[in-house]
Design a protein around this ligand. Structure first.
Ligand SMILES: [Zn+2]
Length: 187
């Protein structure tokens, strides 16, 4: 399909995580995907994978950011990677309130679970998802107040969220490709 034949604003199935972004932007993404160079482009932009690969390391990393920006927010009972969590389907992470009976009283406990995919991303993309989840401690909905809080913690939040979506798109495209084969639609 040539660019001219492509429907203007409707992303194809490979761009399902990017719906709502401008069509010109998506056309550029499509080109990089077809060339098989999207992941390389993102790695050049954001650097090598971070080193917070265990739940313990993640706990320290999240606690540090929380301590800087959200000291007064509720304490977190658990911070962990979750391989069963799908990053976009679960709205870029999972923020849950777990209710447990403790000493006869019902206590709400906050957990942050980060999709396992984020173990292997450059540090700025991990920072984006952590900021997103921390913001949910105060703002439940994805509304203006929520994004304002995200940008307070990370001024480049919007760019990083877009790039995290690109990363997921690239990883899934790579997984769908036959091993060692050429990029789909290259040339
Ligand atoms: Zn969210």
């Amino acid at each position: 399909m040539t660019e001219a034949e492509r429907p203007p604003s409707r992303p194809g199935p490979s761009l399902q995580y990017l719906s709502g972004y401008p069509a010109e932007l998506l056309a550029r993404v499509d080109t990089l995907l077809a060339q098989g160079s999207l992941l390389d482009t993102l790695t050049r932009r954001h650097g090598p994978p971070h080193s917070m690969r265990t739940d313990g390391a993640l706990y320290g990393y999240v606690s540090d950011i929380k301590g800087r920006f959200m000291r007064s927010a509720v304490p977190l009972s658990r911070i962990a990677y979750d391989n069963k969590l799908h990053v976009v389907r679960n709205a870029l992470g999972m923020h849950s309130v777990v209710s447990r009976v403790q000493g006869g009283r019902l206590k709400a406990k906050r957990e942050i679970r980060i999709a396992g995919l984020f173990r292997e991303v450059p540090e700025p993309l991990l920072r984006m998802i952590v900021v997103h989840e921390l913001a949910h401690l105060k703002e439940r909905m994805h509304d203006r107040a929520f994004y304002a809080l995200c940008r307070h913690m990370e001024p480049a939040y919007d760019q990083l969220e877009f790039d995290a979506r690109l990363w997921l798109t690239a990883v899934e495209a790579q997984a769908a490709r036959p091993a060692g084969g050429p990029a789909a639609g290259s040339g």
